[in-house]
Design a protein around this ligand. Structure first.
Ligand SMILES: *Cc1c(COP(=O)(O)O)cnc(C)c1O
Length: 358
């Protein structure tokens, strides 16, 4: 691998680390950050790691006005041998560049991005928390920084990586949640930006989330933006249903975000000989399967929660209870295997883990 020569300026005042058993999500940040600049005349330049600090931008910076920005999310895990694992980081970097292309942001050298993640995590490795279920969340993102009030692609950008020690998602064990099928608002449409991890998708999802939360639901189940019939995602996770022994997940149709966890779940299930189908699936079909007693499990899949079982689905005034609101066998096995591989407790037979050299 080429060495991209990332300049490192170490902090002179190390922060106090939080108690690993009291960590929440995304509230504390480590001692250092990575920055790479872009100018239309120079390309990407000046990769550097510097002390974690605020960034000063012109109030006219285009990201503030037109939302030209993308992000990623992955984790570093501390193993029992005190080594640090990354899980399929190259998938996140490839997706970052797909998001970049969709948002007219220049793509980033994938080797440089991987080296930046590795060097930054290695430098702040003592921030990877050691309590069960905790990890170091890695947030790479790109922002349009040119000061210009016109709707056009920016001529300047910053690619930044920050790190945040995060708590166990399930403090009292993996727990099924109540989900409301969303019939009013939509997350994305074909031809829109649903396939890209870009800020606007999440800003536009807040309203629906706020409404169902007030009604006691954890998340919304998003339906397609055109007919509001077909299932797309659950909150910011991909979604899976087990019907009569077969696992079904919505096919990547242009409005669904392609999750790394989704891909890993599909591969693991196929490895175990479970039939997995990626296809269009309607809420009516889920309802019918439930009525026939064939809806065995439903769960979300994403980096933050890994697997999030759905205990209840609320649809058209009916409450569909799934597996007696208990975590299903397949959900549990997927959760245990994925976290086992991530934390180095199970054999990494699909070669997903990169162990950091310390
Ligand atoms: C990030 C994200 C996911 C999950 O992707 P992972 O790579 O598995 O973390 C799914 N849906 C949406 C909308 C997302 O933003």
């Amino acid at each position: 691998m080429t060495d991209h020569n990332i300049a490192i300026t170490k902090t002179t005042s190390k922060k106090q680390k939080p108690n690993p058993t009291e960590l929440a999500f995304g509230e504390v940040f480590t001692d250092h950050m990575f920055i790479l600049d872009y100018h239309q005349d120079k390309g990407w330049y000046d990769p550097r790691i510097i002390p974690y600090q605020p960034i000063a931008l012109d109030p006219a910076a285009m990201v503030y006005h037109y939302g030209q920005t993308v992000f990623e999310g992955l984790k570093a895990y501390l193993t029992d041998n005190e080594t640090v694992n990354l899980f399929r980081p190259e998938k996140n970097i490839k997706r970052l560049n797909r998001s970049n292309e969709r948002m007219c942001i220049p793509t980033i050298d994938e080797e440089l991005a991987l080296q930046a993640i590795k060097q930054l995590v290695a430098l702040d490795a003592n921030w990877v928390p050691n309590a069960p279920g905790t990890s170091l969340y890695i947030r790479p993102f790109v922002i349009a920084t040119e000061p210009y009030l016109g709707v056009a692609p920016s001529k300047q950008y910053k690619f930044i990586i920050i790190l945040s020690p995060v708590g166990a998602y399930y403090k009292e064990g993996i727990n099924p949640v109540k989900i409301a099928v969303e019939n009013e608002y939509v997350r994305a449409v074909k031809g829109g930006t649903g396939e890209a991890k870009t800020a606007g998708n999440y800003a536009s999802s807040l309203k629906a989330q706020e409404i169902v939360e007030a009604q006691g639901f954890a998340q919304v189940l998003w339906l397609d933006g055109l007919e509001k019939k077909y299932i797309e995602e659950v909150g910011s996770m991909n979604v899976f249903f087990k019907i009569d022994g077969e696992v079904i997940t919505p096919a990547l149709n242009g409005s669904i975000l392609e999750g790394v966890t989704r891909n890993s779940v599909i591969q693991l299930l196929r490895h175990w000989g479970v039939q997995v189908t990626e296809r269009t699936i309607s809420m009516e079909e889920i309802y019918q399967a439930h009525q026939a007693g064939k809806l065995e499990e439903a769960f979300g899949a994403g980096t933050a929660a890994v697997i999030s079982p759905i205990g209840t689905l609320s649809w058209n005034g009916e409450m569909l209870e799934i597996n007696n609101s208990k975590t299903g066998e397949t959900s549990k096995k997927l959760y245990d295997t994925l976290t086992g591989i991530q934390y180095g407790r199970e054999e990494d037979f699909l070669n997903w883990v990169i162990e950091l050299q310390s």
